[in-house]
Design a protein around this ligand. Structure first.
Ligand SMILES: [Zn+2]
Length: 201
């Protein structure tokens, strides 16, 4: 199970901070009623591309000795199953869908000037298919705004709330992915079947 690690600093600061296993250890297992805090259980690595970072980060894992399940502490600048950070994707979506920029201009706004245009189209499609659900969910955090369509409204609401706080609320509270879960995952984010790998877009 993934839970979010709210982290306000830079990715470099995150990489240093997680070396200490006790600093962010959950005080209880989120998957069972165990009263013992889970113990540190190594790391897994994942790639993250941010505006000023492109590389691999470690994600801290903990093990619950009661239910024998692990919980990983995903930093909240990264979206589950996507290589590109929330910042990069949000800069792209705002430039493309809110300001009407070309795919190339939006990629540049997201500090990814050389990226293949298909990647941006993939983000746009995913956001479009999530927009109505995002509008409904985010009314818990901000007033719904008048807009011509769900996509525009969802973008304005994410901008008003902040993309990272929006992601934190959606994921932690509702187990909802800002860009929608890939097909092989059910809404609570647990793997249900082995299917072709989700593209690392
Ligand atoms: Zn447990």
């Amino acid at each position: 199970m993934q839970i979010l690690h709210p982290f306000a600093g830079s990715i470099q600061q995150y990489c240093e901070a997680i070396s200490d296993p006790d600093r962010y250890r959950p005080d209880h297992c989120p998957q069972c009623e165990a009263q013992q805090p889970p113990t540190a259980h190594g790391f897994y690595c994942r790639t993250v591309t941010d505006v000023e970072f492109d590389g691999s980060i470690r994600v801290r894992r903990y093990l619950c000795h009661d239910c024998k399940r692990t919980v990983s502490l995903l930093p909240d600048f990264a979206l589950p199953y996507l290589r590109f950070s929330i910042l990069v994707i949000s800069l792209f979506l705002v430039a493309r869908l809110l300001h009407g920029g070309t795919l190339r201009a939006a990629a540049k706004a997201a500090a990814q000037p050389g990226m293949p245009y298909q990647r941006g189209q993939f983000w746009v499609r995913r956001f479009q298919s999530q927009a109505a659900a995002l509008c409904a969910a985010l009314t818990a955090l901000t007033a719904p705004m008048a807009a011509a369509d769900f996509v525009t409204r969802a973008l304005h609401m994410c901008q008003a709330v902040g993309w990272t706080p929006a992601h934190r609320f959606l994921f932690s509270g509702l187990r909802t992915h800002l860009l929608g879960w890939p097909r092989f995952l059910v809404p609570d984010g647990r793997r249900t079947a082995l299917r072709p790998a989700f593209p690392s877009a």
